[in-house]
Write a protein that binds this ligand. Structure first.
Ligand code: SF4
Length: 430
């Protein structure tokens, strides 16, 4: 029986049936995408691996691939799977116990270390280490370890509470439709129209915190965007190994909203796998890079071709939609920058500087409308209120607090002329 995975509960259901031969045969791609393994699944993967799309094969950890080169009984395989999850869970929980926020492999990023584990998380880590030393894993502990390290069935109770945000009036008042949670900060693309003037280094929000943030919102007050001064394709949490494809899968399966995904295309090879996973759940909008100079036409062409090649690798029934090329700003023949071809100017503030810099006429002014007069939670946990000064047309950013510092409570959103207070769900007017 082939099943359609449309929500997180169905993944839990899939996990229960990992030893059912019929289900494994029919749903192998989903078992692999959601990191669910059993001796049966590994043997089925090994039998069919040459016909499986690259991005799905890339999900299988090399440890499991190497197991298939050995002669092992089902019992031995099962034991190795339990050990894989125990080791992985220890690595994940220890990683978040001394987690540097924002996460980055670039040492130019200033690191502040936090412990993101809840008491339950610390307790589980302690127990897992005990069983690791003993060299044996009870079955229930093997399941717990799976829930502590699986990107899709991650037990969020293992991590600190962000519950105080739930009481934040602005984030819950249902009029606030333009909340942005930024998975990453910083960008390597260097587009000349960039309203944020984003540059490297790039840093990322810890994956469990990102998921927790999504759980705080309901259908009315969902975060509209996943990124602000970054290209979402760069997202990578090195502790659990999650990429933007995992985030999009998770968020869409949670069923709160379907995020839009706008990217300039892959920067590294590993981005291809992430992008394929994104395309299973939401349309990829390919917005082209705007850098003056000839190499950019070539770079854009390469990126478009690459993204369409990735789409071809996805089985038809899994591909949501072919990528959409959203903007083309270069004249290929003259190799010169042409125009911005977007509609009504909507994104104010810093875009105004960009328009002036590029000497664009009114009908060429464009931009994204996210973050207009909204709230952004950046990857470092800082909450910014953004509003437009109607006289200067400039953005006014105000730092409102930090999700990791529970005590910073006062928020002032000048556009709304209101103060709001975290923890107390009450409005205070200016
Ligand atoms: S991709 Fe986006 S964030 Fe990055 S430089 Fe270009 S416009 Fe700015």
């Amino acid at each position: 029986m082939s099943i359609q995975i449309n929500n997180l509960n169905q993944i839990k259901w899939l996990y229960k049936f990992r030893n059912n031969i019929e289900l494994v045969k029919e749903n192998l791609y989903d078992f692999l995408i959601y990191n669910i393994y059993s001796p049966l699944i590994l043997r089925e993967w090994n039998r069919r691996k040459n016909k499986i799309p690259n991005y799905i094969n890339a999900q299988v950890p090399s440890f499991f691939k190497s197991l298939m080169e050995q002669t092992l009984s089902n019992e031995q395989l099962q034991e190795k799977i339990h050990f894989f999850w125990i080791n992985k869970a220890i690595q994940v929980l220890s990683g978040y116990q001394a987690c540097s926020i924002p996460l980055s492999e670039d040492n130019r990023v200033e690191k502040i270390t936090y412990n993101l584990l809840s008491p339950k998380g610390r307790n589980w880590l302690y127990r897992f280490k005990h069983f690791q030393e003993q060299g044996q894993v009870p079955i229930n502990t093997g399941h717990e370890a799976f829930y502590a390290a699986n990107k899709f069935l991650l037990d969020l109770d293992l991590f600190i509470s962000l519950g105080y945000l739930r009481n934040c009036s602005l984030l819950n008042n249902a009029q606030q439709s333009n909340l942005t949670i930024s998975m990453s900060s910083g960008c390597y693309n260097g587009c000349c129209h960039c309203g944020y003037e984003a540059k490297g280094p790039v840093s990322h929000m810890p994956y469990p915190i990102l998921l927790k943030l999504y759980f705080l919102f309901d259908k009315q007050t969902h975060p509209a965007y996943l990124y602000a001064d970054s290209d979402p394709i760069s997202y990578r949490d090195p502790i659990i190994g999650a990429d933007c494809g995992d985030v999009i899968h998770y968020v869409s399966l949670k069923g709160q909203f379907m995020p839009s995904f706008i990217t300039k295309g892959p920067l590294k090879k590993e981005n291809n796998t992430a992008l394929a996973k994104v395309m299973e759940k939401t349309p990829v909008l390919l917005s082209l890079i705007d850098l003056p100079g000839e190499r950019d036409v070539e770079q854009n062409k390469r990126r478009i071709e690459e993204v369409f090649d990735i789409a071809k690798d996805i089985p038809k029934e899994r591909l949501l939609q072919m990528p959409i090329v959203r903007r083309y700003s270069f004249d290929e023949l003259s190799k010169k920058e042409k125009t911005f071809q977007q509609g009504v100017p909507s994104f104010c503030g810093r875009w105004v500087d960009t328009w002036t810099k590029l000497k664009l006429s009114d009908n060429q002014k464009g931009g994204n409308n996210f973050a207009d007069n909204g709230v952004i939670i950046k990857s470092s946990g800082e909450i910014y209120g953004v509003s437009q000064n109607l006289i200067t047309h400039r953005f006014e950013w105000q730092k409102l607090g930090n999700i990791f510092s529970v005590h910073s409570q006062k928020l002032k959103i000048s556009h709304f002329n209101k103060y709001i207070s975290l923890k107390m769900a009450s409005w205070q007017y200016d």
